[in-house]
Design a protein around this ligand. Structure first.
Ligand code: ADP
Ligand code: MG
Length: 696
């Protein structure tokens, strides 16, 4: 097997120590690391005469500056005329005039990256210059290619005054010195079965493509490779979980299970709920640690499923833990769970931050002694001071908030307990395969029968009085209302409606005769909890809030959800908010208020009005926003794929997953000769990433 000719980036022409340091901060140390950067776009290499054939395209031309007009006022644009032997073009350059004066010399040759547009008013072709550089000897080499890649400049590199075109040259220099020995990363049989290029060819065609077809074909190979290794990590994790360790076999179903099922539950479980309980039960019975994801739309009844499974664990002599992402959720779930467990004479406790020390000690004591059978809490549960006597079952209410590490920590509090992860936001299959690919999946694909679909409508400022009248009418009929605002306070940066201000206004004027409550994220959780309790008890008619009520709150008598500035929310968030109503037997309504929705926003709001299917909504959301955004900005860095595009590569993900799982099945230790390439690449590049796949 050949090794790459590794050379430190610092020694590549055009880099130097300062930039080398910036590259290293980005995790790029050797020339070969640069090959893995995926181009952001490609410039069409053309001439001034042919610009008209490339409207709305990014192009690169090489030409001499033949004239320049430096304006008197420094803020006005500099005009330069460029001639490339085929034709000439004038173009405006913004920026400090003095600087431009020095930057361009008449008669000198430059490379220009620009976007070609057609100005309908002046009826002429324009070139909007994005970047340029003075020509030097190496540019002949660059300009040999019909398409020239442009790479992403991160902040770190921008600090070193590197320009996009210079970065391209650096990468080309790196390729020249080291591309001959790039090793293969997949086995021949996998490449053949999936119709892929070899790695080196794909890499070269990505950086030096001859056509757009070339680019796509190469991208498919590189994307497959990325996805394959991601899925290989999943497959290996899954295998480790399956064979490696012995788990608990929960044999008994027990009296309490029967009792809850037959006597205490006020409703009949749906077919889907029964099915997933059976799936989970089968896992629990098997002597291997369970790792299962429970997906289900808002209101599909995941909590009660968890309750039944926790019961099985308890009846077999174990403790169960239920971890939630926020204190409010922990409090809400605790109350629900306690409601059931008290009836069965089972002791449950709650552990969250901010509890009084004495109380906390007592709770910790009960957890340690095993008196507490069910422990509900936040990440307070994974602190060192928490010791369980006999933890056998773990429920993690994810809402995408916990990482693999945190899951692992909670799990380590027991001896290979079974783990059930619940997600409230249905995630598109592409994402669940990549993010939760090491988990078995159960889906509740049915809502309880008593549900009536929430009626959703878009309303604008002009309708405000009608909306208020409708709220009043519903309150009179005994219903309750949520009004959600995008921000807590008004700020100078945006003029969004705020919860605090509008709570005051509504309370003092519009609904002065009704009972209003206010919750938002700056209040202490027990204050929030108190208000939510009053709302639950019917002592509040209208709950004004921010998105703190987004998940987990279950108040069936609340039937109206008004979302102010609805255009500001993501689809999945709107869906979650809407999920707070429609939980009882009465018809519920969701009113999306917007002043004048923009294009994408109104597309989003329209989808909300058309469907209540959470899976469809999240699929659309991901398409509109991209997978990174989909999880919120905080998490976006975690799903960094370069060649792969989670939005459109579903088929590729499935293929890569199959290839990885099949390989691990046939060769669990990756020992076979034909898989040596994969083994080596995995050990070099992916071993640490066993913990990389996380989203918090
Ligand atoms: P989610 O899946 O959003 O977490 P919950 O578990 O909070 O949903 O359940 C929503 C509401 O539906 C709760 O009030 C719960 O008691 C009720 N519920 C759950 N299952 C059923 C069912 N099979 N029939 C009727 N109501 C149900
Ligand atoms: Mg829930």
């Amino acid at each position: 097997m050949t090794r790459h000719k590794k050379q430190e980036i610092a020694y590549i022409k055009g880099v130097g120590p300062g930039r080398a340091e910036a590259f290293e901060k980005l995790g790029l140390k050797y020339n070969t690391d640069l090959f893995t950067i995926y181009p952001r776009l490609y410039l069409v290499n053309t001439t001034i005469r042919s610009l008209k054939d490339h409207l709305e395209t990014n192009v690169i031309i090489r030409g001499k500056v033949i004239e320049k007009y430096i304006p008197w006022k420094p803020k006005q644009p500099t005009k330069i005329a460029i001639f490339d032997g085929t034709a000439s073009i004038e173009t405006l350059m913004w920026g400090n005039a003095k600087y431009r004066e020095k930057q361009f010399k008449i008669g000198e040759e430059y490379l220009f990256w620009g976007k070609v547009t057609f100005n309908t008013f002046e009826r002429e072709i324009k070139l909007d210059i994005r970047d340029h550089k003075k020509c030097d000897a190496g540019d002949d080499d660059l300009m040999k290619y019909p398409l020239i890649p442009i790479y992403i400049l991160s902040e770190e590199l921008k600090k070193t005054w590197i320009r996009p075109l210079s970065l391209t040259k650096i990468i080309f220099n790196a390729l020249r010195s080291g591309s001959s020995e790039v090793p293969e990363v997949l086995s021949g049989s996998i490449r053949e079965a999936n119709d892929l290029l070899d790695h080196r060819t794909a890499m070269l065609r990505t950086h030096y493509p001859h056509s757009h077809d070339d680019i796509e074909r190469a991208r498919q190979t590189l994307a497959f490779e990325e996805l394959f290794y991601l899925q290989l990590v999943m497959a290996l994790k899954k295998r480790a979980a399956l064979d490696g360790e012995k788990g608990i076999s929960f044999r008994k179903l027990g009296e309490n299970f029967e009792k809850l099922f037959k006597e205490l539950l006020g409703f009949e479980l749906t077919v889907a709920q029964k099915r997933v309980i059976r799936e989970i039960r089968a896992d629990m019975l098997a002597g291997k640690p369970m790792n299962r994801l429970l997906q289900g739309d808002v209101g599909s009844g995941k909590t009660i499923v968890a309750v039944f499974c926790i019961l099985i664990a308890i009846e077999n002599g174990y403790q169960a833990a239920f971890m939630c992402p926020t204190e409010i959720l922990a409090e809400q779930h605790y109350k629900t769970l306690k409601g059931y467990f008290d009836l069965l004479g089972i002791n449950s406790v709650i552990l969250v931050g901010g509890q009084k020390k004495k109380f906390r000690e007592l709770v910790l004591q009960q957890i340690k002694s095993g008196d507490a059978k069910v422990v509900v809490g936040t990440h307070a549960l994974i602190q060192e001071s928490v010791e369980f006597s006999n933890l056998g079952f773990v429920v993690i209410d994810e809402q995408h908030k916990f990482g693999v590490m945190q899951r692992a920590k909670l799990r380590a509090k027991g001896t290979n307990p079974d783990v059930l992860v619940m997600t409230a936001t249905p995630i598109p299959r592409t994402l669940s395969l990549t993010v939760y690919g090491d988990l078995e999946v159960s889906v509740i694909d049915e809502l309880p029968k008593n549900r009536i679909a929430v009626k959703t409508a878009m309303r604008f400022e002009d309708d405000r009085n009608k909306v208020y009248a409708f709220i009043r009418e519903q309150v009179k009929a005994g219903r309750q209302v949520y009004i959600v605002y995008p921000v807590i306070d008004e700020s100078e940066k945006n003029d969004l409606k705020s919860a605090v201000k509008h709570y005051e206004l509504l309370k003092s004027f519009t609904f002065k005769d009704l009972r209003l409550g206010l919750v938002h994220g700056r209040l202490a959780w027990n204050e929030i909890d108190e208000t939510i309790e009053s709302f639950k008890d019917g002592k509040i008619d209208i709950l004004v809030s921010t998105t703190v009520i987004e998940v987990g709150i279950d108040i069936p008598n609340a039937t109206i959800m008004v979302i102010e500035e609805a255009q500001r929310f993501g689809l999945s968030q709107l869906h979650q908010l809407r999920g707070r109503v429609g939980r009882g037997a009465e018809q519920s309504f969701c009113i999306l208020m917007a002043e004048t929705p923009g294009e994408i926003a109104s597309e989003r709001l329209k989808i909300m009005c058309e469907t209540t299917d959470g899976f469809l909504i999240s699929e659309t959301d991901m398409k509109l926003r991209g997978p990174g955004e989909f999880f919120g900005t905080r998490q976006s860095g975690e799903l960094r794929f370069s060649a792969a595009d989670l939005g459109k590569d579903m088929a590729l993900i499935e293929k890569a997953r199959k290839a990885a799982f099949d390989m691990v099945l046939a060769d669990p230790e990756i020992r076979k000769l034909e898989n040596a390439v994969i083994r080596e690449n995995f050990l070099i590049n992916y071993k640490d990433s066993m913990s990389l796949i996380r989203i918090a």
